[in-house]
Design a protein around this ligand. Structure first.
Ligand code: PBG
Length: 327
């Protein structure tokens, strides 16, 4: 007779619940939002069904819903009225993100507000920093960019952000931002660093959403090569040494091995970003009737948790919180 029969523990729903190893809760979710300059705007994003660019005056229903669903945090991206070569709207205190931070803190003070820190939404060329003089080179100058990223971070702290999340993949960005925040008196503002951010095709829909597609070239001279795992660990190690309070792996689904290794080696809270393309793939297949959206989305999220992520930034945040509550 067979001695080992793993099916014994799968026999009933109660048994399956008892032996379940990984739980997904609304507490683990972070909802990204695209805040656009102007007023009266709710502009749906074609490649991200269910998401829209929203102006600050229209945020109320969205924020109330997120708070009611017990999602603990939002991650803000801004689409400014005006773009220039250095992305100066990024640190304008009246820009979309600082305004949104202040509005959200009024509407739902308990919500944790995370501000993405990058200038690709704010630069006329769509790159994540200041470009070298050589026209069309697409070469982003590292150290001059640190200064503007630090300015953005301080502007978001001024507005009341709890956490800033540098995503430009410039060397030394965490240290530069930590120093600037501390000098401005924001020793309590935390840094969630996009430590291992890969140059990924899965960011496609986001670039439509944030209007941040590079006008020329690509991001491979600053974001990581998807082929590299050890280098991701080095990036994480450097960011922790520079003072990152939390780290992130991005994208999530195709990088579960990185999430798992980072979880085992490091002891800071770990976030994973299920990016726009991961969302769009499931949405599109579901719209065609090829996948069950709810099951596929929840499975993708539980897999990211199982790999070791403590929290997940996902465009499914509201749906997932609703599905979890209904279970
Ligand atoms: C900004 C940034 C990007 C994303 C988050 N922050 C785009 C990029 O690097 O091109 C992608 C998020 C997503 O695809 O959902 N640097």
């Amino acid at each position: 007779m067979l001695i080992n029969r793993p099916r014994r523990l799968r026999r009933t729903p109660a048994l399956r619940r008892m032996v379940c190893e990984t739980v997904l809760s609304a507490d683990d979710l972070i909802a990204p939002l695209f805040v656009v300059a102007g007023s009266g705007v709710v502009r749906p994003i074609r490649s991200m069904p269910g998401h829209a660019q929203i102006s600050v005056d229209q945020l109320d229903p969205e924020i109330s819903e997120i708070a009611e669903l017990q999602i603990p945090a939002v991650l803000l991206f801004g689409i400014p009225a005006h773009k220039d070569p250095t992305g100066s709207s990024g640190w304008d205190p009246e820009g979309p993100v600082p305004q949104a931070i202040r509005a959200i803190k009024r509407l739902a003070p308990q919500l944790t507000v995370i501000a993405d820190v990058c200038v690709c939404e704010y630069t006329s060329h769509g790159h994540c920093g200041i470009l070298a003089e050589t026209p069309g080179s697409g070469d982003v100058l590292n150290d001059p960019t640190l200064e503007i990223l630090a300015r953005c971070a301080v502007a978001y702290a001024d507005a009341g952000a709890d956490i800033v999340a540098p995503s430009a993949m410039m060397d030394g960005q965490v240290a530069a931002i930590r120093a600037a925040l501390d000098a401005a008196g924001y020793t309590q503002v935390a840094i969630l660093s996009y430590a291992a951010k890969f140059a990924s095709a899965f960011y496609g829909p986001f670039r439509e959403a944030a209007e941040s597609t590079p006008a020329f070239g690509d991001r491979r001279a600053y974001q990581m090569d998807p082929a590299n795992g050890r280098e991701a660990l080095r990036e994480v190690e450097l960011d922790i040494a520079e003072g990152a309070d939390m780290i992130m792996v991005k994208p999530a689904g195709a990088y579960l091995d990185i999430i798992s290794t980072v979880r085992q080696r490091y002891h800071v809270p770990l976030a994973a970003y299920q990016v726009s393309g991961e969302y769009a793939m499931i949405k599109a297949a579901a719209q065609l009737g090829w996948l069950d959206e709810r099951r596929a989305a929840l499975e993708s999220l539980i897999a990211i948790r199982r790999a070791g992520a403590d929290m997940i930034i996902t465009y499914f945040a509201k749906d997932a919180a609703r599905w979890i509550a209904a279970e």
